[in-house]
Write a protein that binds this ligand. Structure first.
Ligand SMILES: *Cc1c(COP(=O)(O)O)cnc(C)c1O
Length: 322
């Protein structure tokens, strides 16, 4: 993850650097075999966005693409965003900022001692300045007074919401469809809903999109997706699976963790238990329950996130909430 640390070619922000970073990247589409798929008459391919870029995790690369172009064309002094101590979003933003020559600031939920974990060590190595705030303070991240205070301290900085989910995140995600063959179902993990909203903004007729919530989403998650992409509210071509969160964000019991490892080995795809593994396990449980019609061509979007699992143990992360 440190391969760009001494790479100082890109030190003046410019749109040319943006083009180098965000053009000509393609991720592979991997067909996989599993007895369960055969038994249910399904085909499954995995879109390996975990391989899209060496240091910018899958869906975050797509979500940040046009947000960062905007920050550059606005000549922002830098970019500021929010996340937890293992945040793939902050990690991706730090890497991108480094490659673009854009200063970055991460407002991190948690104690300063988290600064030594692999995610935040990478981020600081890429020059991200970290500020730690406690849970209570972090709840104010959408509060106008709190944001005004930050804007005062960091004048000219471009603010990106937690997870990078904002209107400008959608077009980068929508481009994914151009890299996919026709399919009946596109399946993905969902947290803040931006990736799902982006996919719905360009959904081809005849392809259904199914999101597996990796946190306790219930009603508000669908509203969040529709908030980001209003036509989603009346679009029957998508669904959220809300019962596969395994107890909540970043929670995963031993049995599920073993099941995810077994799945990873059987499919020859690296998985982590927070997003890709949890969603794929949900998918396989739904397949077993007959939820997907025989003959369906499924594509699972591997959204990346493997960096966040480097220090994953149940004791370290099980207390985390979204
Ligand atoms: C952030 C993230 C997601 C969730 O994407 P949203 O757009 O927030 O729903 C899924 N997978 C991985 C690996 C992520 O890092």
């Amino acid at each position: 993850m440190h391969q760009y640390n001494s790479f100082s070619l890109f030190n003046v922000p410019s749109l040319q650097h943006w083009q180098l970073l965000f053009q000509h990247h393609l991720s592979p589409l991997q067909p996989v075999c599993h007895p369960l798929l055969k038994r249910h008459g399904l085909t499954l391919q995995i879109k390996r966005d975990d391989l899209l870029h060496a240091s910018i995790s899958g869906n975050k690369w797509r979500k940040l693409k046009y947000v960062l172009r905007q920050a550059l064309s606005d000549k922002a002094a830098g970019v500021l965003s929010f996340g937890g101590a293992w945040s793939n979003h902050l990690h991706a933003l730090a890497a991108a900022g480094h490659l673009l020559g854009l200063p970055t600031i991460g407002i991190v939920r948690g104690e300063p001692e988290y600064a030594g974990n692999p995610t935040l060590s990478d981020a600081q190595g890429w020059g991200m300045k970290l500020e730690f705030i406690d849970r209570q303070g972090y709840r104010r991240r959408h509060d106008p007074d709190f944001l005004a205070g930050l804007a005062n301290r960091y004048p000219g900085f471009y603010f990106i919401p937690e997870g990078g989910s904002c209107a400008l995140a959608l077009p980068g995600v929508a481009e994914l469809w151009q890299e996919l063959p026709p399919c009946d179902e596109l399946i993905l993990p969902v947290a803040s809903g931006g990736t799902l909203a982006g996919l719905l903004s360009a959904r081809p007729a005849g392809t259904r999109v199914t999101g597996y919530a990796v946190l306790k989403g219930k009603g508000w998650l669908a509203d969040t997706v529709s908030g980001l992409h209003p036509p989603a509210a009346g679009d029957p071509g998508w669904q959220l699976r809300l019962d596969h969160h395994g107890g909540g964000y970043a929670r995963c019991n031993n049995m599920d963790r073993q099941a995810i490892s077994a799945l990873s080995e059987a499919l020859a795809v690296p998985l982590e238990p927070i997003y890709s593994g949890k969603a794929l396990l949900g998918l396989f449980r739904d397949i077993e329950a007959g939820h997907y019609a025989p003959g369906s061509r499924l594509i699972f979007l591997h959204t990346g996130g493997l960096q966040g699992a480097r220090s994953y143990t149940s004791s370290k992360r099980s207390g985390q909430e979204k």
